[in-house]
Design a protein around this ligand. Structure first.
Ligand SMILES: C[S@@+](CC[C@H](N)C(=O)[O-])C[C@H]1O[C@@H](n2cnc3c(N)ncnc32)[C@H](O)[C@@H]1O
Length: 440
């Protein structure tokens, strides 16, 4: 039997991001195809390289309250279901699509449990154990018991075909699953969107180890896994710089700050996190300059510390702006779930005893979070007019330039309408993909 456990708040938020983004990702692509003259069938593929068992024993908050656990599904099932929703959506929009999923799990027991979960979820007649992906028929789900990092070429020869869009989830437990050369091959492909789970909590610890001499082979391997993820051992310098004894490599601005008074250990931890994440972002952006990369940190459910970062990569500007909103909402969900769980933990009965007075849902609503302010029409409008004043462009051109901002798609549309009212731009009807915009 595989090791099953309840779903943590951070995993639930990760699943929410996956599910929401798969919906908008597919919706954007189908939306762009509605008026396409080429009526060929389009192919959508979900590849889950690190599937786990596909299920969790209920939510963490249920287990804390000793409530009976209802199965909640993990990423492989979330992916398959999202593609099934896409098929219905495409049918309504008059676009012909086929979908396939590829689910990979290295651990034999978890793999067997994954098959059980897929059967329970009603997918038994769609499963095929194969790496011969080209022979899959529409709707089929390939299941593979293998090390995903050894089969990138088989995966890519399938997902890089014409008229094909792929979404890859790279969600291993640690850095051994995301060597740079494996990640590189996938993220640089056009029409490939990727979500990478970067297990941050492990990194500072391994950074500490990396500074020690004569490590035992298994510890040395754990350090080397991070060097493989970064594609070099430069990351160790960050650990060295910010190890409290040795500030020799600190950047000037950091030194200046540190000279005023010694940094506290929390400040050093924050600085380290910032520098490590910046370094990984640099690794990904150096692979392909046309890639837009978004990221979000998720915290432990019960500690004020980051457990992992999700990095999402796309070549589609529309997708990039949609991600801004998905990730913004994910942080609100994280706030709510952590609040609930912490309150539930404080009022829970001792393990094994029934909960006589469980808190009601309305008692678990957190105080309104301080909402981060969103940019106004004027602010976004100013960014757009500074870029395009005097030019005639399409919406696609505008979004491409805005992909690296943190604006939402809906905010950009509103700002464009606002500019039209201000007589700073002319366009007909709604601001759509190929609408022409004339900026004064
Ligand atoms: C964090 S879990 C995945 C959770 C899952 N994505 C979800 O959200 O429900 C990571 C899984 O990857 C598997 N794994 C680790 N390294 C792997 C590899 N190189 N190839 C395939 N699977 C691997 C582990 O056995 C584990 O089940």
């Amino acid at each position: 039997m595989a090791d099953l456990h309840p779903r943590d708040t951070q995993t639930k938020v990760k699943h929410e991001i996956l599910s929401k983004y798969l919906d908008v990702w597919g919706g954007i692509i189908i939306g762009g195809l509605i008026n396409s003259k080429r009526k060929t069938q389009k192919h959508f593929i979900y590849v889950d390289c690190f599937s786990y068992t596909g299920k969790y024993l209920g939510e963490k908050e249920d287990s804390v309250q000793n409530k009976s656990a209802e199965t909640v599904y993990g990423s492989p099932i979330i992916g398959v279901m999202a593609l099934d929703r896409l098929v219905s959506f495409a049918q309504k929009m008059g676009v012909s699509v086929r979908v396939n999923s590829i689910l990979i799990e290295k651990d034999k027991k978890r793999y067997e449990e994954l098959i059980n979960t897929l059967n329970e979820a009603g997918f038994s007649n769609r499963l095929v154990e194969t790496t011969d992906f080209h022979n899959l028929s529409s709707g089929q789900i390939a299941i593979v018991n293998a090390d995903a990092t050894t089969i990138p070429n088989q995966l890519l020869s399938y997902t890089t075909q014409p008229d094909t869009w792929a979404f890859y989830l790279l969600d291993p437990y640690g850095p051994s699953g995301i060597p740079r050369d494996f990640v590189e091959k996938i993220i640089r492909q056009e029409r490939h969107d990727v979500m990478i789970n970067f297990i941050y909590e492990d990194l500072p610890r391994k950074g500490g180890l990396a500074l020690k001499e004569n490590l035992k082979p298994e510890l040395k391997q754990q350090v080397d896994n991070w060097s493989n993820a970064f594609g070099s051992d430069n990351w160790i310098n960050i650990a060295r710089v910010l190890s409290e004894q040795d500030n020799e490599f600190m950047r000037n601005d950091e030194k200046e700050f540190a000279e005023k008074r010694p940094l506290t250990s929390d400040e050093i931890a924050d600085l380290k996190e910032h520098r490590f994440v910046e370094a990984y972002l640099e690794v990904l952006s150096s692979i392909d300059s046309s890639l837009t990369i978004k990221l979000v940190n998720l915290k432990f459910s019960d500690k004020e510390r980051t457990i992992f970062y999700l990095f999402l990569t796309t070549h589609d500007a529309n997708g990039a702006l949609a991600l801004n909103e998905v990730l913004h909402n994910a942080k609100l969900l994280e706030y709510e779930l952590r609040y609930r769980l912490q309150l539930i933990k404080r009022t829970a009965p001792p393990p094994g005893q029934p909960h006589l007075f469980p808190l009601q849902d309305e008692e678990l609503v957190p105080p309104k979070p301080e909402k981060p302010s969103r940019p106004t029409n004027e602010e976004i409008g100013k960014v757009i007019t500074d870029m395009f004043s005097g030019k005639q462009v399409t919406k696609k051109d505008i979004l491409k330039e805005l992909a690296n901002t943190f604006f939402f798609r809906s905010e950009v549309d509103k700002a464009l309408r606002y500019l039209r009212k201000q007589k700073l731009v002319e366009f007909e009807g709604d601001p759509r993909q190929y609408t022409s915009f004339t900026f004064h």
